[in-house]
Design a protein around this ligand. Structure first.
Ligand SMILES: Nc1ncnc2c1ncn2[C@@H]1O[C@H](COP(=O)(O)OP(=O)(O)OP(=O)(O)O)[C@@H](O)[C@H]1O
Length: 385
């Protein structure tokens, strides 16, 4: 039965014209093994990094075509990047890079200068960043579930969506209301699943194109940090924009960070980018709390068998090599995707499930690293032109 379904999936794929107009993906030999469990099909396509953008919508089309096959209820198609020297190209659906800050705007301090103390947010004990070198690795999903994992450990937690180019926290937490202002001066954060949450996505319509300029981004971030009534928090989790350009570097400097968590997938492409993320935080003296490997493996729901679809353990090996803690791994799992995209994060909605446990373990390791590193490290020096 399963073999029959696989054959039918391959037949469907053979009939679909890839976005580059070339021969079908089966004939090209870029389709991974197909795993089918419980009527759900999982597989990946391997494409050159530079082609990732063109192939992303195609993957969604494939999912749409595959679910039409009798016996398949769900399909999940992932893109993996070919291992090439040029594989550090960003995922093209990632938001555009902002322009450089204008004259007078804060600039990254040259590396090597001694950091100077910078005031934190009153009432907020520690701020941690969740970052990734490239988009689409599950950074925001990890940030939300990590925040909920920290809350499950008894901490008072807030989450700030600093990804002003592609905010996803409102969607992941199912937040629709706009935040209210208090006395016209400060903003009252929203609450979801016990977290205080703030995002630029809450201030603008999801459809509104945001053409932010560098200095505007900075002032928006400063506003979200300083003019939001966070109250007393043990930890504020900041979901950083993907990438490691100057904008992210400046942002990492603007926020007095206690540490950073880097999210990566096991694929080489993501790991190369994760390394850049690591270097970025090291450059501005922010301690890296560790690396999380997302979409690490797939567990067949019917047999419980584990499949390392993308090759497994890359992030763990990389963490060891770079001398930073490995914080844990999260499987690629339909339930995580569906619950995230429906605004019902797994840690809150299925607290007894295995995925919630995985995120809580990661949260516990993050907490242990924070404790080990001691009080908030001072923010790096900001240099004004
Ligand atoms: N472990 C997982 N299993 C299955 N799907 C996942 C997993 N982690 C994330 N996803 C899905 O992958 C997609 C991208 O996740 P998410 O938005 O968290 O990534 P991101 O790195 O923040 O992306 P971007 O940088 O584009 O905002 C979402 O549809 C999400 O539900």
């Amino acid at each position: 039965m399963t073999d029959d379904l696989k054959t039918r999936i391959l037949d469907v794929l053979r009939q679909m014209t890839p976005p580059d107009g070339g021969v079908d993906v089966v004939s090209r030999g870029i389709v991974s093994d197909i795993f089918i469990a419980d009527g759900k099909a999982f597989f990946s396509l391997t494409v050159p990094a530079a082609e990732a953008q063109r192939f992303e919508p195609f993957c969604r089309n494939i999912e749409g075509a595959v679910v039409k096959i009798d016996g398949i209820s769900k399909a999940m198609v992932a893109l993996t990047a070919e291992k090439t020297a040029a594989s550090s190209a960003p995922r093209n659906s990632a938001p555009p890079q902002p322009p450089q800050p204008a004259r007078g705007a804060p600039r990254p301090a040259p590396a090597g200068r001694p950091p100077a103390a910078k005031p934190g947010i009153p009432g907020v004990e520690r701020i941690i960043a969740v970052a990734s070198g490239k988009g689409g690795v599950g950074k925001s999903t990890t940030a939300v579930n990590l925040a909920l994992g920290l809350a499950a450990l008894g901490l008072r937690v807030g989450i700030l969506d600093a990804d002003v180019y592609g905010p996803s926290i409102p969607r992941l937490l199912g937040l629709k209301d706009k935040p209210k202002t208090s006395g016209g001066r400060t903003i009252v954060p929203l609450e979801a699943y016990g977290l205080k949450a703030m995002s630029m996505g809450l201030m603008v319509d999801e459809e509104t194109p945001m053409i932010w300029r560098g200095p505007m981004v900075m002032s928006a971030l400063t506003q979200m940090m300083r003019e939001v009534e966070w109250g007393e928090l043990d930890v504020l989790v900041v979901d950083m924009p993907p990438g490691t350009g100057d904008a992210q570097l400046t942002m990492a400097q603007q926020v007095p960070l206690a540490g950073a968590v880097i999210v990566s997938t096991p694929q080489d492409l993501a790991l190369i980018d994760a390394r850049k993320g690591l270097a970025m935080f090291q450059k501005v003296d922010v301690p890296v709390l560790g690396i999380v490997e997302n979409m690490s493996y797939f567990v067949a729901p019917d047999t419980g068998n584990r499949y390392d679809i993308f090759g497994h353990g890359g992030a763990r090996n990389e963490a060891t090599r770079l001398g930073v803690p490995f914080l844990g791994e999260v499987p690629i799992e339909m339930a995580i995707r569906e619950s995230s995209d429906a605004g019902r994060p797994v840690v809150a909605t299925d607290p007894d499930g295995p995925h919630a446990a995985a995120y809580r373990d990661i949260a516990a390791r993050v907490l242990a690293e924070l404790e080990r590193k001691g009080p908030n490290s001072p923010a790096p020096r900001i240099v004004f032109e």
